[in-house]
Design a protein around this ligand. Structure first.
Ligand code: NAD
Ligand code: TDX
Length: 338
């Protein structure tokens, strides 16, 4: 039995990860989450109380983080921190970068200092966006050796956090691994994000909203495959190493929108072009060869269209969860011409 401290465990990926851990291991989990607008208590309901404890608090709170990390030290099997907590939406970072800098950078600093004091292992969750973007016609993909070139306040704050983790590994011998994953989709994703926004617009009788030309490419992975990769890194990853996680799911935004419209029985060309995102990254693409060969990890959702169909069904069945958040999000987008 291993003990895990999962920061941001009430968010989209963190909550899916907690479910995945409970299903596939004997581990016990403490969730640390400050329950921002992005968190969901409902996503953690019904989990066995003997194996999951939820602590409401801020990852920037040094005393709180120190106490929770201290609980992981010692014991028969070493515990670990899995650090998901972050401000995660690019559009929000363009409106107000401040919480991105403090949570994503200072929060990671706070976690690093605590794991350093207590000699506890850390897995840091990063993103492919730290590498900036690729040209649409570029045949290349991001690898562990790609130089950092972040474009947005969000991706710059994640890049800053990654640099801190690597510096703490080298300078202080902190036992940390990192993963940079591509765009996730699946259950419990906030309706501010691309795929849930379009599905719930259609379920609500609204229209699909595509930024700019729609030619921008994202590399989609089902959130459950991200969880299995993180678990594999915890089990087999080497300290100090970085693992890229992706499922060969490159699609243009236009292709995604048309797939959603088709799945929902609509005309695939019945959508609105809206104002583009400032500084909009063109293309992300992950080469996950190393994670597959060194860790033996393989994604289970090899068909994006099948994963998308299941996601559409999930949102249709969980309108009571997303509908209370929907109107305010759409009003904010409308105010920006999006
Ligand atoms: P999310 O916004 O859905 O969830 C973030 C969680 O962190 C929320 O529960 C929020 O309450 C919590 N949080 C925010 N600030 C906090 C603070 N100061 N203290 C404690 N908790 C705080 O985000 P997500 O999409 O689940 O992303 C999780 C992680 O994965 C992030 O680090 C993100 O950068 C990374 N990531 C996301 C994607 C993606 O496609 N969504 C892809 C690659 C990497
Ligand atoms: O309404 C929309 N219309 C649209 O065309 C929205 C919300 C988005 N888009 C476009 C912008 C992007 O090209 O869709 C693409 C995906 O947008 P987001 O869901 O906002 O994701 P992205 O900016 O690519 O970042 C995501 O993946 C990497 C996560 O939000 C990050 O947390 C993660 O690091």
């Amino acid at each position: 039995m291993r003990r895990l401290l999962v920061t941001g465990g009430a968010g989209f990926i963190g909550a899916n990860f907690v479910h995945h851990v409970l299903e596939h291991t004997e581990d016990e989990v403490v969730v640390l989450d400050s329950f921002t607008y992005a968190a969901s208590r409902r996503a953690l309901e019904g989990l066995p109380a003997g194996r999951v404890r939820v602590e409401e608090g801020d990852v920037r709170d040094e005393g709180l983080v120190d106490g929770l990390v201290g609980e992981l030290a010692g014991g028969d099997e070493p515990g670990a921190v899995v650090h998901f907590a972050a401000e995660s939406h690019n559009d929000n970072s363009l409106r107000d970068p401040s919480p991105f800098v403090t949570t994503n950078i200072m929060g990671t600093f706070t976690v690093l200092e605590a794991v350093r004091r207590h000699g506890v292992r850390l897995h840091h969750i990063s993103t492919d966006e730290v590498y900036g973007d690729l040209e649409l016609e570029d045949p290349g993909r991001f690898t562990e050796d790609t130089a950092y070139r972040p474009s947005s306040p969000y991706s710059a704050s994640k890049a800053g956090a990654d640099h801190l983790v690597r510096a703490w590994v080298r300078s202080f011998g902190v036992e940390a691994t990192l993963s940079n994953c591509s765009n996730n989709y699946g259950p419990w994703q906030h309706v501010e994000k691309f795929i849930p926004r379009q599905i719930t617009n259609l379920l609500d009788g609204g229209r699909v909203k595509l930024y700019g030309s729609g030619n921008n490419v994202r590399d989609w992975i089902h959130v459950d495959d991200h969880s299995s990769a993180v678990l594999r890194i915890l089990d087999r990853g080497a300290a100090g190493e970085t693992y890229l996680v992706g499922a060969d799911g490159e699609r243009s935004n236009l292709e995604v929108v048309r797939a959603i419209l088709r799945l929902m029985g609509r005309d695939p060309d019945d959508f609105d072009h809206v104002a583009d995102r400032a500084g909009h990254d063109l293309r992300y693409a992950i080469d996950s060869t190393r994670s597959r060969t060194e860790l033996g990890w393989v994604p289970r959702f090899t068909s994006f269209e099948e994963g998308l169909a299941r996601t559409v069904e999930w949102y249709a069945a969980h309108a009571d969860w997303w509908r209370p958040k929907k109107a305010a999000i759409e009003a904010a987008y409308a105010a920006k011409g999006q």
